[in-house]
Write a protein of this length. Structure first.
Length: 271
């Protein structure tokens, strides 16, 4: 597996002044997820080939966060910026990852570990979401897939932005801002829906039609495919589903923005 080979890749046998970027993905039993995140991190690394970039997973895939941090420490790096490849600031970013890094600091007191901010609803990622929607419209109009709606230039478009969903109403309300930002960027009618809670994709479709949408498309607010995106497709097989964000120049830029911001914040705190 590419990620496991990356863990064994040799690095400099000395301290390095430029922090390593450890990009931390969620992890999934679905192999498509790890493959997609490997491609994402390959793009991130290619954007700054002078820096060392590693991929780690919170769960279910290898290498783990612990394994990657241990490897970085063994190669005598002195600083790593750990950047969560997460769209929301939920339990994994606020509790799981900080706990892992706290334990790693105990094991490797010589290694400075800085946790960067999550990706969040960054304006650049909203633009990436728009790109995926536009790509789906063009592709489906060209292919004319039987049983699926075609998009006309004058259609009233409705977009159901589909996210994971949380047990926290406050978190879901925050995620709903993604749909509002997409509407502000494009002029499309948008509604939020969730794969694990309400409003469901069916409810979002009904709301969009009630608001005058003639054509509805599902836009997954996901970095990688998996069980939940399959669930969304199964819930609305007659509709066009845009691709997940996946490898995209905007995602690469946002990750490096988080890396640079974390370093700048560290410098400000130590000044």
């Amino acid at each position: 597996m590419w990620a496991e080979l990356e863990l064994l890749q040799s690095g400099p046998d000395r301290g390095d002044e430029r922090p390593v970027l450890i990009a931390v993905a969620h992890g999934s039993r679905d192999p498509r997820s790890a493959e997609t995140m490997s491609a994402v991190v390959a793009d991130i690394a290619a954007a700054r080939p002078d820096l060392d970039v590693r991929l780690a997973f919170l769960d279910l895939n290898a290498p783990s966060v612990e394994q990657v941090v241990d490897a970085v420490a063994a190669q005598r790096y002195t600083h790593a910026v750990v950047t969560p490849l997460l769209l929301g600031n939920a339990f994994h970013a606020r509790v799981d990852l900080p706990g892992m890094l706290a334990a790693a600091r105990t094991r490797h007191p010589q290694l400075r570990l800085t946790q960067a901010g999550v990706l969040g609803p960054d304006p650049q990622l909203i633009e990436a979401l728009r790109d995926r929607v536009l790509g789906a419209m063009v592709e489906r109009d060209t292919d004319r897939i039987p049983g699926r709606q075609a998009f006309g230039r004058n259609d009233r478009i409705g977009i159901a932005v589909a996210a994971v969903g949380s047990s926290s109403p406050a978190a879901n309300a925050h995620t709903a801002g993604v749909a509002r930002r997409l509407a502000a960027l494009t002029g499309w009618r948008t509604e939020i829906c969730f794969a694990t809670t309400e409003p469901t994709v069916t409810q979002a479709i009904s709301r969009l039609h009630a608001r005058g949408a003639e054509r509805v498309l599902i836009a997954p607010w996901f970095l990688a495919p998996g069980l939940l995106t399959d669930r969304l497709i199964a819930a609305a097989t007659e509709l066009v589903h845009a691709d997940i964000i996946g490898p995209h120049p905007a995602l690469t830029d946002v990750v490096w923005d988080r890396y640079d911001a974390a370093i700048a914040n560290d410098m400000a705190l130590s000044a």
